[in-house]
Design a protein around this ligand. Structure first.
Ligand SMILES: Cc1ncc(COP(=O)(O)O)c(C=O)c1O
Length: 445
């Protein structure tokens, strides 16, 4: 374990002790003391969708690197970049025709914000800049992406840099089970800012860490599509987590009754073997540039580099040849049922949600079965630390200051996890939750 007083690394949390992970194989990782952990979080961030130690992907990276590892994308292109764009368009929702590569999730979202704004400018509608998004979300740590969440705890102390984007409450069972209140909130915001000033509605189609495995009710999506038609803003999906199979489809967008204008994706595209993300847009977005200035020029040094794109190509090949997305689609509901059964009867567990291999557990105060747990109990932190002791890696989030979410755990194993390992993850996690719930109940008595 590395503590902040024994390292030159500037860690994220100075009071946390970090296990030093030295190797990984499938759904397991091992630390420097020889302790092994089941990785129910795909590398901790949901990126390692294909598990650890994949020789085929490492081989594809090595082969490409030995031929050509790097060239920049501004004046040059390369075969893996060209081919990966073509293959992504094939698996993306209908009508999506163009791909811009970036190197991660926040960059993909930033690029999507810029693309949406530039689209309107190209069409002679330069007033449109404002983005509306659900308050309870996470889109990345950069200034523009932090501006997309409505979570004061994340934005502090960077408030002075935040663009004044607007937010609506999430339509969860607690606040708005039908989705109508979120639509009314959207209408109110559109009214207040003037729909003619709105560039885009930006959201995760299925939430990741912010509200694990939550998606608004069907009525919300239908109403959102109606408002897009009426007011002319774009819809951008943050599929940084859900893209490339996590929800049991290539993109979560396939499950919803509207095709977004822009999709930002990242983690599963590199599967933990390369830093790569992508922004995929519909032809009508592209045509605004094609018929307009014919330029959309900002980008980063590593965008579309041959080696990262070669990894992306291999990832797509593995997803297809091993039928992993079909496996996630069939195995996800089974896993959710197993998790539900293992957590049954724990009064602190209110809900187990799931879409493919993206699962979420929501905790409540066991005294009434519905209020958020008191934040002072630190339940999220206790769950993660206890899980770590039990040798399973999960990721829990604390109650948010805006009052939209309480303690929750995200459970998102690699798609390649064998059934035995999935079963053992569930057993270790259920033991963890029972242990923490037991002590919480005693403390609340
Ligand atoms: C839904 C979502 N969007 C965006 C991001 C940011 O991605 P990155 O960390 O690659 O910048 C994350 C990261 O966890 C995420 O979960």
């Amino acid at each position: 374990m590395v503590a902040s007083n024994a390292t030159h690394v500037f860690p994220l949390e100075l009071d946390r002790r970090y296990p030093v992970v030295v190797s990984g194989d499938g759904a397991w990782v091992e630390d420097s003391t020889g302790k092994r952990y089941l990785d129910a979080m795909s590398g901790g961030s949901m990126a390692a969708t294909l598990g650890h130690g994949r020789r085929d992907i490492i081989g594809a990276a090595a082969e490409q690197a030995s031929r050509l590892s790097y060239v920049h994308n501004e004046r040059l292109t390369n075969p893996p970049r060209e081919q990966l764009a073509a293959e992504l368009v094939e698996v993306a929702p209908p009508g999506m025709t163009r791909v811009r590569f970036v190197t991660g999730g926040a960059e993909a979202n930033e690029m999507a914000i810029q693309m949406a704004r530039a689209y309107h400018v190209e069409r002679g509608d330069p007033k449109r800049w404002q983005v509306i998004s659900p308050a309870q979300a996470y889109h990345g740590p950069t200034m523009a992406t932090l501006g997309l969440t409505g979570r004061p705890g994340l934005q502090a102390p960077f408030g002075p840099y935040m663009p004044a984007h607007r937010h609506i409450p999430p339509s969860t069972w607690r606040f708005d089970p039908s989705g109508e209140a979120a639509l009314a909130a959207l209408d109110q915001v559109l009214d207040e800012v003037g729909p003619e000033n709105v560039s885009a509605y930006f959201c995760e189609p299925i939430s990741a860490a912010a509200l694990p495995a939550y998606t608004p009710p069907l009525r919300f999506w239908q109403g959102l599509a109606e408002r897009r038609d009426r007011h002319g803003f774009l819809i951008c999906y943050d599929e940084v987590v859900t893209g490339l199979g996590r929800s049991g489809q290539w993109f979560a967008a396939e499950k919803l009754p509207l095709v977004p204008d822009i999709i930002a994706t990242a983690k599963g595209l590199g599967a933990g073997y390369a830093a790569i993300g992508a922004v995929i847009c519909t032809d009508h977005v592209y045509q605004a540039f094609a018929k307009g200035s014919r330029r959309f020029t900002l980008g980063h040094t590593w965008d579309g580099a041959p080696m990262s794109c070669a990894v992306g190509l291999k990832v797509l090949e593995v997803l297809r040849s091993e039928q992993l997305i079909e496996g996630v689609r069939a195995g996800g509901p089974r896993l959710r049922d197993e998790l539900s059964a293992a957590l049954a009867g724990i009064p602190m567990v209110r809900e187990v949600r799931g879409h493919g291999f993206l699962l979420g557990v929501e905790y409540v105060d066991p005294r009434d079965g519905k209020s958020f747990l008191p934040p002072t109990l630190g339940v999220a932190r206790r769950i993660d630390l206890t899980a770590m002791e039990m040798g399973v890696i999960v990721y829990s989030t604390m109650p948010t200051r805006d009052g939209f979410a309480g303690d929750q755990t995200l459970f998102a194993p690699p798609f390649t996890t064998p059934d035995d390992d999935l079963g053992e993850m569930v057993v270790r996690f259920a033991k963890t939750v029972r242990a923490v719930a037991g002590s919480v109940e005693r403390e609340l008595r």
